[in-house]
Write a protein that binds this ligand. Structure first.
Ligand code: PLP
Length: 411
């Protein structure tokens, strides 16, 4: 009877608690710049036209049912997912070096990666960018893996600290694990340039490191799904004869199916040395991933997987999806400019150009946690204490209110 009486009460999750405070807030104008979820210009969640049509096709399919999927998931999703990120012409795909399984969105893919690594190489450290998405550390540490950080963001210059980043790659033990944001880095909105990626990935190869690409925003950085796959595809080339690459892929944001938890986890095996049969390694890796899934979910959820598979594999829907991606990324871009322009017009102290230079869903505003608190208390503008603002929460009806609020807390 008393066994749970002394269980520790944990604080609520910082990000999800913002939503709760916002819902309880009775002020007429309130703005949610917390969670990274796309909103249209009236502040509403947006079901992508490509997804609406895909849902219709799934439901009207004569074989429509709610049967269990296989343990490794819906192959239409996993194959399509691999192609859209690794590239139709990927040598790794053509050579059968990619083991792919369905996951519970990006978080589930990261969990699979962490669990698989904890079984296969528990002694390795996992390096995370400083800063990174708040959940990375928790996901890897929950599987008993050690985490460390590598420098990324130079707060003084609001730019990439490439020199220190490269130093960290060279000073980590050979064969360490590095988690890289494939594009639209969360929270900084700052990605390496193509030249910087080349240096970073060459350094990874020179040190035999295992790269884990976390791809949660493909399409949100540039508006173009292929352009945003640049780093992953370059990594596949650079590391092809060096080490495996792990890829965690989410369709929460770019297909807008946040709550359906659609994702994939891929293990890209290197070109095998003589005497090693890559198909055997791939089968063994897949069997381990299937064993994890079987004990945790039995099998992954079907509905979202079928819908996203339609989007990925139906030519017309895929073209529509590319247009939907442009719609979302260009509206975000417009809001970046609107916010910056309002701040400039208000003569708010400081330089606000980083808001338009940063990419993806977020802006790392540089506002202090005290300013963030004041934004919420005085102006009902909600964001996380690090000063990261989800630009997707801005619209033509609230951007001026947000600019005035920032102006007030800064001056
Ligand atoms: N990785 C990064 C960098 C993210 O920002 C997120 C979500 O915010 C995820 C992974 C996982 O998202 P989901 O589990 O909703 O696909």
């Amino acid at each position: 009877r008393t066994i749970f009486n002394n269980v520790e009460l944990l604080p609520p999750d910082a990000l999800f608690n913002i939503k709760k405070r916002l819902t309880d807030d009775s002020r007429p104008v309130k703005v949610d710049l917390g969670i990274g979820a796309y909103r249209d210009d009236s502040g509403k969640p947006w079901v992508l036209p490509s997804v609406r049509e895909a849902e219709r096709l799934v439901r009207e399919d004569p074989s429509y049912n709610h049967e269990y999927l296989s343990i490794t998931g819906f192959t239409g999703l996993t194959d399509g997912a691999a192609k859209v990120l690794l590239g139709e012409e990927s040598a790794a795909l053509k050579e059968g070096r990619v083991a792919s399984v369905q996951s519970l969105s990006g978080t589930g893919a990261l969990h699979l990666a962490a669990k698989f690594l904890s079984k296969t190489c528990p002694e390795k450290s996992v390096y995370l960018s400083e800063p990174t998405w708040a959940n990375h550390k928790a996901i890897f540490e929950s599987q008993g893996l050690q985490t460390a950080t590598y420098p990324y963001w130079n707060a003084a210059t609001k730019s990439l600290d490439l020199e220190k980043y490269l130093e960290a790659i060279y000073s980590a033990s050979r064969g360490s694990i590095f988690v890289l944001h494939a594009c639209a880095h969360n929270p900084t909105g700052l990605d390496p340039t193509e030249q910087q990626w080349t240096k970073i990935l060459d350094a990874m190869a020179a040190n035999d490191h295992i790269v884990l690409f976390d791809s949660a925003y493909q399409g949100f950085a540039s508006g173009n799904l292929d352009k945003d796959a640049f780093a992953v595809r370059l990594g596949l080339q650079k590391l092809a004869t060096v080490s495996p690459i792990l890829v965690c892929q989410s369709f929460a944001k770019n297909v807008g199916m946040y709550g359906e938890r659609v994702g994939a986890f891929h293990v890209v095996l290197p070109v095998p040395e003589t005497g090693v049969e890559v198909q055997n390694v791939k089968a063994a890796v897949t069997s381990q991933l299937a064993k994890i899934t079987r004990s945790e979910l039995s099998n992954p959820p079907a509905y979202g997987a079928k819908v996203v598979s339609q989007v990925l594999n139906n030519k017309e829907l895929r073209a529509q999806w590319y247009r939907d991606m442009e719609t979302m990324s260009s509206r975000i871009q417009k809001m970046r400019h609107a916010l910056r322009d309002h701040l400039v017009a208000l003569k708010t102290p400081g330089n606000w150009d980083h808001i338009v230079q940063q990419i993806g869903m977020f802006s790392y505003t540089g506002l202090s946690s005290e300013m963030v608190q004041r934004l919420e208390k005085e102006h009902a503008v909600y964001l996380v204490s690090s000063g990261r603002a989800s630009i997707a929460g801005l619209n033509s009806g609230n951007v001026e209110h947000v600019a005035r609020a920032i102006h007030e807390v800064v001056t």
